[in-house]
Structures are given as structure tokens and as C-alpha cells.
Design a protein around this ligand. Structure first.
Ligand SMILES: Cc1cc2nc3c(=O)[nH]c(=O)nc-3n(C[C@H](O)[C@H](O)[C@H](O)COP(=O)(O)OP(=O)(O)OC[C@H]3O[C@@H](n4cnc5c(N)ncnc54)[C@H](O)[C@@H]3O)c2cc1C
Length: 407
């Protein structure tokens, strides 16, 4: 007898099935329509809220799985349905992660439920870090936060870009904004702020038209003299002042802690990429068995069968990396080799590669919009770009395994 097992437990299997059924019956039927319309799928978010799938209670139950796998399973199933719609449901968790990552227990208790609202009053959240001149290089943010002692308020000014759910004002929307308090201290002079729904001065700039994940809203967020109460500084002023004082004196920072937070969230993004890759693999396997050419099924050609064998192998390898990193994150293991980055890098690249193989297997049918495969390829590409590009993931891994600060 051994304790080691790669089997999912009953709770995980039940959750996986519940979300899979939602993806199959609610998401998939409307996925092509939202891909064309490029609009937020409010009806799907509403349905997800009605059944409790879009709620802070669901999120906290996924996080309370001691193996760390449940949230990855949910993410994979939603993206299997449609990555754009899946991200419209999961986008709020980006804002939540900003609050949980930096907030005090009181701030987490106040703001996390506010990010979801209720089925009768749906809310959203967004996490705004990236700027036109600072995507991978987030130490150079230009958005400024100044403290107004007289009113105990923070004043935010700047422009954020590529923000998922950014600037939507159809429903109450909690923005978590990362801004620079002391620019010369780079990353250590930055802080995260909650901008409550309806705050004056925050508005949506350009909404982007995208190659893929088109149901997910991506836009600029403009901050013009945005005033938020002092209590909206996540972690509190005392902690920020102490951190900046240490940085000014050249004392070491808790980079390892920040790194662990990113390493723990990356596999969940990788899990979404797995969902797309699996959708493409399943569809092209069925197609290859049915499609006839030269009097036989195309899968009877090794050229096609081996593609499918490789797709299955790469998909399973990527999933093992994703699940390992989720388990490490949930069990407080140190990511000594960039295991979180590995999982997102591998899953993102497998999704791009596998969806391209699927197009090839379908031939001309793979290239037209009547079939879902070309959409999956378009959807997959973002997974080598956002939440850290593939190059940045390789940088994290290389630094971790070498101990050298490779530039
Ligand atoms: C659809 C979408 C949704 C997004 N959602 C959000 C969101 O909700 N919140 C948010 O804050 N951001 C979001 N982003 C931003 C995303 O995280 C950034 O686009 C990403 O981090 C890359 O930044 P960049 O686009 O400025 O590229 P750059 O940083 O300019 O990089 C350009 C290229 O140079 C490479 N490169 C850069 N530095 C190095 C280096 N040191 N070594 C090797 N190569 C390097 C990169 O890998 C890339 O290939 C989103 C982006 C998109 C497209």
C-alpha cells in the first residue's frame, strides 16, 4: 500500500463533472456567437452566478482543496468550453488574487465578496498592472499614487492597458490597480490599491479587438485624479512605509514571497491552455476516425495517427506539470526550479502547437469558421503572452536553476 496517487478524489471528480456539464451545455452552444460579436457574455455569467459557479463561495471552496488541484480542474473545463467565455467568468479572480496577495485579512473579507456580488446584483473585478510602456518590465510603471495627508486619501494618475474586464461600468466593477509611490525604488516602491466601483476619475479607454479569446473584454483603463480612501491601500500604509524604508537603506526584500505568489497562480493559467488543447485533441481524434480519403479513415495513415499520439502525450505531460505546480503551491513547497513557470510555459506552448496540428488534421475544414478548430488556435496564442510571456517564463526557470540573475 502506498499513499502516493495520481487519481482524482470523489470531490474533485464531482466538481470536474459539474463544470464540464456547464461548459458543454451552456458555454459551447454560444461560443461561436460571442467569438463573432466580441462582447462580454453576460447571459453566461448570469447563469454561472445562478448555479453558484460565479461566486466567492465557489472560489474559496476551490482554494480549500488541500491538493491544490480543484481550481485547475475547473479552469481546464471552462476553457474546454470556450477560453474567452471561461476568462469572462474567471477574470474576476485576477482582481481577487491581487487583493488576497497583498491585502490584510480585513481587506480580504471586505473586498473579495464585493468582487462577485450576488446573482441578483452581479459584480466584476479587474487587476490592472500592465501599461503601454511596461508589460514584461513591470518595475517601470508610470502610474503614480500620491498620498494626501489632509484627507487620508490616495490619488492615482496614469493609464493601464490590456486589462481584462478593465473599465466595464455596466455592473459594479472593483479595480485593483498597481501604482508607483516612489518610482526610484522600482518594484519595491509600488503598491496595490482597490478602486471601489463607481469611483470618479476611472474610465475605460480603448477596447481592443483581438485575435482570440474574443468574448473576454480587454481594454485600457484611464486613471485621472482618482481619489480612494487610505484604507484602499492593500496591506496598509505602515507596511508600505516600512518596506520602502528598507529599500532606501538597501536592505534585502522578500522577493521570494512575491515570486511564490506568481509561481502559484501561473499553473491556473496553464490549466486554461490545457482545456483548449484537449478540445482540439478530442475533436481531431474523432474527425480522423470518421474522415475518409483514399478509401480509408485518415487516422489509418501513420502521418495522422502519430500526430494524435504526440498530441495526447504532450497534453498529458503538460497536465502533470500543471498539477504538480498546483500541489506545490497548496502545500507551501518552494518553487526551486520555477515549477509554476514551467507549467504555464509548457501548457501554453502545447495549446498553440496542438491546435495547429488539429487544423492540419481537418485540412480545409480546419481553416474555416464553420468548424471550431481555427477558433481554438486563435484562442490558444494568448497563453504564450499574458501572465508572463514564454520568454519571461524561461527567464524565471533559468534564474531559478542557475542562481544567476540572467538579465
Ligand atoms: C488579452 C490580454 C489580456 C491581458 N490581461 C491583463 C490583465 O488583466 N491585467 C494586466 O495587468 N495585464 C494584462 N495583459 C498584459 C500582458 O500581461 C502583457 O501583454 C504581457 O505581460 C507582455 O507585455 P507587453 O505586451 O508589454 O510585451 P513586452 O514586455 O513589450 O514584450 C515584447 C516581447 O519582448 C520579449 N521580452 C521582453 N523582455 C524580455 C527579456 N528580458 N528577455 C527576453 N524576452 C523579453 C517578450 O517576451 C515579448 O516577446 C493582458 C494582455 C492581453 C493581450
Amino acid at each position: 500500500m502506498t499513499d502516493y496517487s495520481l487519481d482524482l478524489n470523489e470531490d474533485q471528480l464531482q466538481m470536474q463533472k459539474w463544470v464540464h456539464d456547464f461548459a458543454e451545455n451552456v458555454i459551447r452552444p454560444v461560443a461561436p456567437e460571442y467569438d463573432e460579436k466580441e462582447e462580454t457574455p453576460w447571459e453566461v455569467i448570469q447563469e454561472a452566478a445562478n448555479i453558484g459557479l460565479y461566486s466567492w463561495e465557489a472560489l474559496s471552496s476551490w482554494f480549500s482543496d488541500p491538493t491544490g488541484l480543484t481550481f485547475a480542474l475547473v479552469s481546464e473545463e471552462l476553457a474546454w468550453g470556450c477560453a474567452g467565455i471561461g476568462l469572462s467568468i474567471l477574470g474576476t479572480t485576477l482582481g481577487v488574487s491581487g487583493i488576497v496577495g497583498s491585502g490584510t485579512p480585513e481587506q480580504i473579507a471586505e473586498w473579495v465578496p464585493e468582487c462577485f456580488g450576488t446573482p441578483e446584483d452581479i459584480h466584476l473585478a479587474a487587476f490592472a498592472v500592465s501599461e503601454p510602456d511596461a508589460g514584461s518590465d513591470v518595475s517601470n510603471l508610470r502610474t503614480r499614487a500620491g498620498y494626501d495627508e489632509a484627507t487620508d486619501e490616495w490619488v492615482l494618475n496614469g493609464t493601464k492597458t490590456w486589462i481584462t474586464n478593465g473599465g466595464i461600468d455596466k455592473v459594479p466593477n472593483v479595480h485593483v490597480v498597481v501604482a508607483s509611490v516612489e518610482p526610484e525604488l522600482k518594484g519595491r516602491g509600488q503598491a496595490s490599491f482597490v478602486v471601489p466601483p463607481g469611483t470618479k476619475g476611472l474610465s475605460m479607454g480603448q477596447k481592443f479587438k483581438k485575435m482570440g479569446i474574443r468574448a473576454s473584454h480587454t481594454a485600457e483603463v484611464v486613471l485621472d485624479e482618482v481619489r480612494v480612501p487610505g484604507r484602499c491601500l492593500l496591506g496598509g500604509k505602515e507596511k508600505l512605509d516600512a518596506r520602502m524604508a528598507r529599500a532606501r537603506e538597501g536592505k534585502s526584500s522578500r522577493v521570494q514571497a512575491a515570486m511564490s505568489t506568481f509561481e502559484a497562480s501561473r499553473p491556473l493559467v496553464g490549466a486554461q491552455a490545457l482545456g483548449i488543447a484537449r478540445a482540439a485533441y478530442e475533436y481531431s481524434l474523432d474527425y480522423a476516425k470518421e474522415r475518409k480519403a483514399f478509401g480509408r479513415s485518415i487516422i489509418e495513415n501513420q502521418g495522422i495517427a502519430f500526430k494524435l499520439a504526440d498530441m495526447k502525450m504532450e497534453l498529458d505531460a503538460a497536465r502533470l506539470l500543471v498539477h504538480r505546480a498546483c500541489w506545490m503551491g497548496a502545500n507551501g513547497k518552494e518553487f526551486t526550479a520555477g515549477e509554476g513557470s514551467m507549467s504555464k510555459l509548457k501548457a501554453g506552448e502545447v495549446a498553440v502547437w496542438a491546435t495547429e496540428q488539429a487544423i492540419q488534421i481537418l485540412g480545409g475544414y480546419g481553416y474555416v469558421r464553420e468548424y471550431p478548430v481555427e477558433k481554438w488556435h486563435r484562442d490558444s496564442k494568448i497563453y504564450t503572452i499574458f501572465e508572463g510571456t514564454s520568454e519571461i517564463q524561461r527567464l524565471v526557470i533559468a534564474r531559478a536553476i542557475s542562481g544567476i540573475r540572467i538579465p
